[in-house]
Design a binder for this molecule. Structure first.
Ligand SMILES: Nc1ncnc2c1ncn2[C@@H]1O[C@H](COP(=O)(O)OP(=O)(O)OP(=O)(O)O)[C@@H](O)[C@H]1O
Length: 403
């Protein structure tokens, strides 16, 4: 059956007309009626979650269960039991028999997100399901059968994980029967303005305000930006601007205040909100991070300028300073420096303080620990409060070795 790509996009709320995105959608629709496994790849925030849904909805399994499992959010100790179930008494706390997702999803589709996070032992169990539909519940010796279509997704290079012995090669080939690559936003800049417009209209609706619009220079800037956090980041920034800016016409200058320097840290914090009550908290923090980043950049520029001037033994006149270096993005005020001698100590001191407080990774770790403490170690709640996805939190916990 031939499906109209526009109606598919409309049905799933997918925005964008780029060839690479449409190609990915077409593959999903074409492979849907078969029972082949599908591996969806692409950077974080590109919209991978639409694809298993397309595969399910256009398959003969569409009236049966669709179960999405975030492998990265389940602790290693319980993942086998979650996926395959367990029998009563198989471990402390196993007070009764439990069905696993593979049993629940029988005759349907299971979406295994963040597949690279699966421990090797679980990978072996999964391979068996893929090859024969068989699995064994934790603590049991009885072989069970299931009829499940598997769609997996990952934002890491599985080939690398295979090379490093973290992912089974046989499982990789078995999953990768049909690969779907979802393009990064920077590789389809033509989709950026239309995504922005749609999000702007959606947030205008949500917050009962007129939609924000971009000026020409702002559109150019958006298209040039690297979007490490992809569509999720674009959506998040559109939301921030929609809430904060009174002037609904947004130019490039305004926009720069919301575009973080490209770092690995900020996109992680620029995740989609899950709960409106957490929106203010995380927005505030993101803005604070951005201000700190901008301040550090300004201070470094300033330091360099002062050292250069010192070295050249030049007579310093504040008026000769480039105002952009002395302008802080928070309020657009210039901070005039009247004499080098008077201010150099202050600058050094301030730089030290700022650099200290700008050990952002430390700060991030601290914030994560606080959020976990506050919610008695409950990752779901902590992730909600932090405005990041549970799997991002899981990754960060591992990265920072938080116990
Ligand atoms: N083409 C698109 N049109 C509309 N919304 C999109 C599009 N792509 C992504 N989004 C939105 O961006 C956000 C992130 O998408 P999604 O959760 O699918 O990303 P992902 O690729 O699964 O990322 P991760 O690997 O971090 O899980 C969601 O709110 C999603 O609705």
């Amino acid at each position: 059956m031939k499906h109209n790509i526009q109606s598919i996009k409309q049905r799933f709320g997918i925005i964008g007309n780029s060839e690479s995105l449409e190609r990915a959608i077409n593959i999903a629709v074409q492979v849907a009626p078969t029972d082949l496994s599908v591996l969806v790849t692409g950077e974080s925030g590109v919209g991978k979650e639409f694809f298993p849904q397309i595969v399910h909805q256009y398959s003969s399994r569409k009236h049966n269960p669709y179960i999405a499992v975030n492998c990265g959010a389940i602790p290693e100790g319980t993942i086998d039991s979650e996926l395959f179930g367990h029998i009563k008494g198989s471990f402390t706390g196993a007070l009764s028999d439990r069905k696993g997702y593979f049993q629940h999803a029988d005759k349907g589709t299971i979406f295994l997100d963040e597949i690279a996070e699966l421990p090797l032992a679980t990978q072996a169990r999964l391979l068996r399901v893929l090859e024969s539909g068989e699995y064994i519940k934790v603590g049991s010796s009885q072989v069970e059968k299931t009829d499940v279509r598997i769609v997996a997704a990952t934002n890491v290079q599985l080939e690398d994980a295979v090379k490093h012995g973290k992912f089974r090669e046989d499982l990789y080939y078995r999953l990768n029967t049909v690969p779907i690559e979802v393009p990064a936003l920077r590789d389809r800049p033509e989709d950026i303005p239309i995504l922005f417009r749609r999000f702007a209209v959606d947030f205008a609706d949500k917050y009962q305000m007129p939609p924000i619009r971009l000026t020409e220079d702002a559109i150019l800037l958006l298209k040039k930006y690297r979007w490490q956090g992809n569509v999720r980041q674009l959506k998040n920034i559109t939301e921030q601007i929609s809430i904060i800016e009174k002037d609904r016409s947004v130019n490039a200058l305004t926009l720069t205040r919301y575009l973080p320097e490209n770092t690995t840290l900020l996109p992680a914090l620029a995740q989609q909100k899950t709960d409106s009550s957490t929106a203010d908290f995380s927005n505030e923090r993101e803005i604070l991070y951005k201000v700190l980043f901008d301040m550090r950049k300004d201070m470094n520029d300033l330091k360099k300028l002062v050292y250069d001037l010192m070295e050249n033994n030049t007579d310093i006149n504040a008026k000769e300073f480039d105002n952009s270096v002395l302008t802080r993005p928070t309020d657009d005020r210039a901070y005039p420096i009247t004499s080098y001698a008077d201010d150099f100590d202050d600058i050094e001191e301030t730089t030290e303080i700022i650099e200290e407080s700008l050990s952002l990774q430390e700060r991030e770790k601290e914030i994560i620990i606080k959020a976990l403490d506050k919610h008695n170690g409950k990752r779901k709640k902590a992730a909600e409060e932090l405005g990041i996805s549970e799997r991002t939190l899981y990754r960060k916990i591992k990265e920072y070795e938080i116990n």
